[in-house]
Design a binder for this molecule. Structure first.
Ligand SMILES: [Zn+2]
Length: 132
């Protein structure tokens, strides 16, 4: 989430409570993400914030080059199982980079940095889950 604005402030506030909420259209059931005022499927403005457990699958990831001795920070695109079509860019943690595989199951956790709480994902049952 690069910027906080009128559309994204609710999502951001949810993260600070360690809650992943995604809007769903009440009229056509489309999941709406990133947040916006209208459903892109039917233009309805009746969107309902829905809390998700955060189960997902890894769609893609990148492994940055880092200085020798520093741990790499892997970022990945995670497709949310509960909200088809919704993909989140987040840190992938709790697994050695060489063991990461596309399509692997991931669970939502959280991390804090500079006064903000952000989603991250790790292997199901692993150290990256639930605020590690
Ligand atoms: Zn709709």
């Amino acid at each position: 989430m690069a910027r906080i604005n009128h559309d994204t402030v609710e999502l951001w506030q949810g993260w600070q409570r360690r809650e992943l909420r995604v809007d769903r259209c009440k009229d056509c059931d489309t999941w709406v993400f990133p947040p916006r005022p209208f459903c892109p499927g039917c233009w309805s403005d009746v969107l309902v914030g829905t809390a998700l457990a955060g189960a997902g699958r890894l769609v893609s990831y990148s492994l940055p080059r880092v200085a020798p001795g520093s741990p790499p920070v892997v970022s990945g695109v995670v497709a949310l199982t509960e909200a088809p079509g919704v993909r989140l860019l987040a840190r992938i943690v709790g697994i050695e980079p060489e063991r990461i595989t596309l399509g692997m199951s991931l669970a939502l956790g959280w991390w804090e940095d500079a006064g903000g709480v952000y989603p991250q994902f790790g292997p199901v049952g692993g150290a990256g889950e639930a605020g590690a």
